[in-house]
Write a protein that binds this ligand. Sequence first.
Ligand code: FES
Ligand SMILES: [Fe+2]
Length: 423
Amino acid sequence: MPTAAAAPGVQRRWDELVRPEHVHGSLYTDPAIFQAELEKIWFRTWVYVGHESEVPNANDFVMKSIGPEPIIMTRDRSGQVHLLHNRCSHRGNRVCMTERGNARSFTCPYHGWTFSNDGALKGWPFPSGYEGVDRSEYGLGKVARVASYRGFVFGSMAAEGPSLEEHLGAAMKSIDALCDTSPEGEVEITAGFLKHKVKANWKFLVENETDGYHPSFVHASIFEVAQSGIGELYSAESTAVSRDFGNGHTENDLRPEFRKRDVPMSWFGTTADRLPEYTARMNAAYGEEKARKIMIDGTPHIMIYPNLFIAEIQIFVIQPLAVNESVQHVTALQFKGAPDLNRRMRQQTMGSVGPAGFLLADDAEMYERTQMGVQMRNPEWLFLGRGKHRERRDEDGFLIGDNTDEVPTRGIWRHYRSLMEAE
Ligand code: FES
Ligand SMILES: [Fe+2]
């Protein structure tokens, strides 16, 4: 394998680092590459920020982020959602230090400038010092574009570019399927977030979310204890498929296995009769036939590039902090009008990814070990060729492979390269 040209700075030939079946280890370790990613991915494309249900009332706000940068998601008096940079326009202090709350305005602690929750500068102390200065020029920075899809709020720091719908593409159908699991057609993000920090590059996390190859090994112990039947979904015999939706979005489509089982709620490791309230509401909302189909198929396992992972019963939001440091923000999904299901969602989430949960701890250990590994330069390259020979197209034209194949990983890197090569 020839050596990658290690050109100084960020003027790299991305095709020399990202090849169809190999990627160079420096992509996970080079701080200059990380800076380039912030510019070309995190501060340019659509990034998931938060959910409308996190700011349900007028004047609610919650602290969020885009990449390493803090963002305040607010709902103003009229109900409109804003994404504001948490940076005072005077000398750069943070104007908000509270995780969440309800406030019509934010007052900077340094010199007392006050901003309304739509970002406008309302006032500055000792105003005689600002004679002739136009207050309207000193509002908080706003994320250039804000759009939401079924309550999921995304921001793009670039004023121009593809629309959110164009960016999401086929992933919209997965969000639809997720929302349809609620008898009222809505997801709520109300269970509170856990934050897990790992000493690893963010791309390891993105790749891992739809890597159907590792669960049989990394999560063997939890599968055994829980007797959940999840392990079989990721075996070599599984009829589940991995899929590349394009635009970096990827999934493990587990529906073929659930349809084979033909048992409503088996995706959740239970049966419909143990959730009588939920089942009754689903039947009433969709009719028995459609409700049955929804309850067999279950919710998606999809990674929406670059940072939103919908993991059946949870969402994970990936945040890069540095080239070798990332945070995963995790919460149990809650479905509107489904209190009995929601209770179990929270319990299972605590069990699997809570402070004492195995699932995320197992993965975190792998991220950190791979991060240490890629600092070594012999061999320099990572191999992503699994299942290349059996890659195929589904009826919609998307690339699919066996559930253990590296179709998603290759798709992620193809998209990555196109973003990094763009002017
Ligand atoms: S830095 Fe915010 S008021 Fe001075
Ligand atoms: Fe995992």
